[in-house]
Design a protein around this ligand. Sequence first.
Ligand SMILES: [Zn+2]
Length: 280
Amino acid sequence: MKIMTIYAHPADTITNCGGTLALHAARGDEVVALILSHGGRIHANKYAEEWRKENPDGDIAAAGLDDIVANKKNELDRAADIIGISKIITLDHEDTYATVQEDMVEQIAEQIAIEQPEIVIADHPRNPAYFDPHYVATGMALAALSRAGLYLRNLDGRDEVPVRQVFLTGLPVYTLDALSLNGLRNDCYVDITDVVGTKLAAMDQFVSQGYHGVFARKLVESYNGEAGRAAGVNFAESFVRLYNETHAHLPVTDAALATDPLTRHIAYSSVNLRGAFPVP
Ligand SMILES: [Zn+2]
């Protein structure tokens, strides 16, 4: 199986679904990451912080866009190696886009047609609700999926690309059932407890944006910890499935069958993250 992630910025892939990708890579699935921007402007902490010093380091203070982007790409390459992402495709747009752009939709559709993924992962297109690169990235990704799904050899010289499911990340809604909040919720969780150290090690590579060390641990403890609470495991990544699913029979997961309602909250609180994976 082949998974393609489509995100606005280099680190988004790791923070949103790095654990899930590591699990899929470990079982032999192919993982390709498509990143729309070069990421030079997003969380450029290393450079902004240098300018706050009395005597800024000459090299860092003089770094231009090419240097900043090259450094970010090195960080992403190292993180991808740790996760098991086999290919990174960067479209290298500015991070500042605020609306859907036809040329980017076309470029994304082109990459979908080249890669032929069964699964696409992208940010939830209603979070945040205002125009922001993550929201807009998914707007373009969904438009590109439609476009690639309509390719006709007579007209486009290529066949349609049937992506089978899209998993949307980043929706901060962790209700435990389908009725609360009128059904707006993550409806699919992946238990990443076994690979949480892998996700942390990947995040530790993003030093220039301050995502390493304490922030990596804060994010996993809080974000993946809260998703884990909803899922009944120590750490989870959460998803919303875009398309309906069809089963041969009514689906009940192994996790649902195995859960002990009395001790669930204790079982999913058993990992001491900073003890097991201290800040390097
Ligand atoms: Zn981002």
